[in-house]
Design a binder for this molecule. Sequence first.
Ligand SMILES: NC(=O)c1ccc[n+]([C@@H]2O[C@H](COP(=O)([O-])OP(=O)(O)OC[C@H]3O[C@@H](n4cnc5c(N)ncnc54)[C@H](O)[C@@H]3O)[C@@H](O)[C@H]2O)c1
Length: 332
Amino acid sequence: MSKQVLLTGVAGFAGAHTLQHFLENTDWHITGIDSLEHAGRIERINQVLAKRDDFNERFTFIKQDLAENSTLLLDTHHDYIINMASESHVDRSITDPLPFVQNNVNLTLNMLELARQQKPRAFIQISTDEVYGPMYNTPFKEWDTLIPSNPYSASKAAQEMLAISYWRTYDVPVVVTNCMNMIGEMQDPEKYLPKVMQQIEQGSMVTIHGEEGNIGTRSYLHARNHADALLFILTMTGAPSMYGETTKPDKYHIAGDEQLDNLDMAQRIAGAMGRSLDYKFVDAHSDRPGHDMHYGLDGSKLLSLGWEPPLNFEESLERTVEWTMQHKEWLQ
Ligand SMILES: NC(=O)c1ccc[n+]([C@@H]2O[C@H](COP(=O)([O-])OP(=O)(O)OC[C@H]3O[C@@H](n4cnc5c(N)ncnc54)[C@H](O)[C@@H]3O)[C@@H](O)[C@H]2O)c1
């Protein structure tokens, strides 16, 4: 039978990709909530809905600030709740931490309260690799210690902790996912890939954090892969917190297939644009205190359960750069 899904942050970058992927690959109905006053853009939703006539019939949009409403009353029961809404810009969390952290904590509390009333089959709390702090040698595994470096990462760790407490106290079937850096169409121009593309387009120097021999590294995955991993988690059988008793809720890392340094990534972006790269190194710590040099997640748990990422890194990059070159308004 068709399922009801509640997706918060639907007008955000990853939210819109999740909406599209779920509409394309299921017959489910999606209710999407977004304030449109944070980083959400209604154009993202419109682009998705324009892809197929029947998408409109399986989608309901609610404009609401989830942090303000202490109780969210929804008549429809939801089988799955995906809490993706968050303020997500690290720099903004550093310049003005109070409203930023309050937003991420309050909206999660409100969604968990809703889940407590609605008793969904699963509540997915979307989190990030940044909650672990910097990676030194080996990538983090699920349930490694969280040592966040900046208020954004701390607010995501707080979301995880609240969700886990609702799992233990109220039996909310929580699943926590941690993801690495996403790329894809319609990304906010403040993020690394569109920012590098913008600098290359303008003919300016691309700033690389670090120095020769010590450059920051990350892995990247397409937002569609992230959406596909969520769908896999919701539809696989035997996920413990949804189907039985364990000592912890489910937690899964969603990782990319290549760990790249920031210079390598900028060079690959320039290559995909058919352009050359002018760059300069800047000291990472003085330029961006609170930012971590290396992030890394071990994604083997999800792969061992049978998840196959739809796109590899090369395809993800090419698709993203090609689309963005054809839609340069998204670089503004
Ligand atoms: N983009 C990445 O690389 C990345 C990596 C790891 C984890 N994540 C996580 O994935 C999620 C989505 O990230 P994104 O890149 O799409 O971010 P985004 O900023 O594009 O989207 C977040 C959405 O949440 C909405 N929102 C924020 N506060 C709200 C509130 N109080 N009420 C209603 N809506 C609100 C915003 O309007 C926006 O549409 C976030 O939880 C983020 O922490 C993102």
